[in-house]
Write a protein that binds this ligand. Structure first.
Ligand code: C2E
Ligand code: MG
Ligand code: MG
Ligand code: MG
Length: 296
């Protein structure tokens, strides 16, 4: 058994493992198989104009349809792939798939929209990252304005000069940058100020959106309102993540948040289903009884 596992230096003692660590172990070894790429699929979640309900963009989110474990979510396997040092291969596959798909939609005459991909901190600081991405844009003849990257706050805290160089490098290529899960991390407001002109879009973390309500104590609503105003002061677009209710949408609109993303309009969906949404171009105003769907 141990021999089959190749370079693995450790032995497995299945009977003493709990299910979770057994699953983690199995997922790690499956991730190393080249066949796994065929089990990945990119889902797309629309970014929607808060005022008109028009689709103005999308986020690409990876799914792993595992033959034994079913749907494995990215929060579970991406940390494993990073540990195994194979995340840049997966990132390449994601970027290629998204560029190719976006170009195909444009050629089919669907509205042209930017699609964002998530980039881990480690990948962000790899020197080949920018050329890898631009090579794929050229290969797929996709205008750089239609690809965006999402990074989380902690990525910015890693190494200031290196991070600034990458942000500037992406910007020079015409690739826009989204700061994901904003507010969840620990960066100070003055730190955010130093990225003025370098970050195009601030995505407010779902935890703030969850707290929004007409009846909530004003403090939690006020944080969201302040983040929106700060972003606008810095010349950044704002996307509210994880919008699930009409009430949240109404409050965000009153705060002049321009873009929302969340189950209220759509869950992340496979490419074919997303193409149908894009064909329609906009969502009908959801009624209070019809606020999103309930299947993952
Ligand atoms: P993220 O980039 O912040 O993505 C948003 C997550 O929130 C997604 O989960 C999405 O399905 C979920 N979401 C969106 N709207 C709602 C809502 O209204 N309600 C609720 N409850 N959830 C909502 P997902 O797809 O499981 O991804 C989780 C995280 O995994 C992502 O967070 C991102 O950090 C990472 N990830 C996903 N795909 C990729 C990828 O292709 N590459 C990399 N490096 N990371 C990825
Ligand atoms: Mg994201
Ligand atoms: Mg996010
Ligand atoms: Mg997240």
């Amino acid at each position: 058994k141990a021999k089959e596992l190749g370079q693995n230096k450790y032995q497995v003692h299945t009977p003493t493992m709990d299910i979770e660590s057994y699953k983690t172990f199995k997922l790690s070894s499956d991730l190393r198989s080249p066949l796994t790429l065929n089990q990945f699929e990119i889902y797309y979640q629309p970014k929607v104009c808060a005022a008109t309900h028009q689709i103005t963009g999308a986020e690409a989110l990876i799914r792993w349809h595992h033959p034994k474990w079913g749907n494995v979510f990215p929060d579970e396997f991406i940390p494993l792939a990073e540990e195994l040092g194979i995340m840049s291969q997966i990132d390449q596959w994601i970027c290629q798939t998204v560029c190719n798909q976006n170009k195909a939609w444009q050629e089919a005459g669907l509205p042209a929209i930017p699609i964002s991909i998530n980039i881990s901190a480690k990948r962000f600081l790899e020197t080949e990252m920018i050329t890898d991405i631009t090579d794929l844009l050229v290969k797929n003849r996709l205008d750089p304005g239609y690809l965006e990257v999402e990074i989380v706050e902690s990525t910015l805290l890693e190494n200031n000069t290196a991070v600034i160089a990458v942000l500037d490098g992406l910007r020079k290529k015409g690739i826009k940058i989204n700061l994901d899960d904003f507010g969840k991390g620990y960066s100070s407001l003055s730190y955010l100020m130093s990225f003025k002109g370098k970050i195009n879009t601030l995505k407010i973390d779902k935890s703030f959106i969850d707290d929004l309500s007409h009846t909530a104590d004003e403090n939690s609503n006020f944080i969201t309102k302040s983040i929106i105003e700060l972003a606008q002061y810095l010349g950044m677009n704002v996307v509210a993540e994880g919008v699930e209710t009409l009430e949240q949408l109404e409050i965000l609109k009153s705060y002049k948040c321009n873009t929302v993303q969340g189950y209220l309009f759509s869950k992340p969906v496979p490419a074919d289903a997303f193409a149908e949404l894009l064909k329609k171009g906009k969502f009908d105003l959801p009624t209070p009884e019809n606020t999103g769907t309930s299947t993952p």
